[in-house]
Design a protein around this ligand. Structure first.
Ligand code: C5P
Length: 242
């Protein structure tokens, strides 16, 4: 099959919803069952390391072939050539969005961007700046001086200068980033909790509505939907709140 064919067949946008559901399940069957239950809402989904390591490309292709837009959250971070080839492999799966670590450096980011340029309908390419699990002490130990915000902003600027489409960031970083990079740079934000939902292990959260108002483009939401007694109802309630 020609590499572009996936896109023309499957990547017609099915939704205007900003919600990306984090399919954080250990087993592919659980992920596919949830997707089936939520089918009528036409939502995008995120496949991360655990699910991908278990379900592999077969799972991603199953989702893509159902017309679902997939954010393949594998955070590539390696030498430029390896990352460029991995980006091509992901593009040829027909996914909607992929990501890399900005800490891979300028050349890696540029090569990742260039690797996708050949595709007529390429996935969006975004970067992780600073993992939200790190605090300033961690950054200092890594030799990254300055505040958390300064590091996030520096890596966001680098990502933007390398012409990537956007970044993953905390909703609390949106304001700082949007003040400087205010064009079509895509901000994808996890750490989202509807007003009455449990925070789980997320420390600094925002409601879906607040995050969108602050300038987020896509909201990554997992447990408030995936662990709900009625995931479809939970998703519909969040959609209605937007
Ligand atoms: O269940 P919950 O809504 O907390 O899921 C959030 C998703 O976003 C998880 O897949 C998590 O790994 C991811 N994520 C995050 N914080 C980041 C980056 C990714 O919560 N900084």
């Amino acid at each position: 099959m020609a590499i572009h064919q996936h896109f023309s067949e499957h990547c017609m946008h099915r939704t205007n919803s900003p919600i990306i559901i984090a399919l954080d399940f250990p087993q592919p069957k659980q992920a596919l069952d949830l997707v089936h239950r939520l089918e009528q809402q036409h939502c995008r989904v995120k496949v991360g390391h655990e699910l991908f390591t278990r379900g592999g490309t077969a799972l991603v292709e199953t989702l893509v072939n159902q017309g679902i837009e997939v954010f393949l959250d594998l955070k590539f971070h390696d030498i430029p050539n390896t990352v460029a080839q991995a980006c091509k492999a992901a593009a040829e799966l027909g996914v909607w969005m992929i990501n890399v670590h900005a800490l891979g450096g300028r050349t890696m980011l540029i090569r990742a961007h260039e690797a996708l340029a050949a595709y007529s309908q390429r996935p969006l390419l975004i970067a992780v700046t600073v993992l939200t699990s790190l605090d300033e002490d961690d950054l200092y130990a890594l030799g990254l001086h300055g505040t958390l915000d300064e590091n996030v902003l520096r890596l966001a600027r680098l990502t933007h200068a390398c012409e990537l489409d956007g970044i993953v960031c905390s909703p609390h970083e949106i304001h700082t980033i949007r003040r400087e990079i205010n064009d079509n740079f895509v901000l994808v934000t996890p750490g989202i909790r509807p007003a009455h939902a449990q925070q789980n292990d997320q420390k600094r959260v925002m409601t879906p509505q607040e995050a969108l108002q602050a300038g987020s483009n896509y909201l990554v939401i997992g447990r408030p939907i995936t662990a709900a007694a009625d995931p479809l109802q939970a998703l519909q309630e969040i959609e209605a709140s937007l």
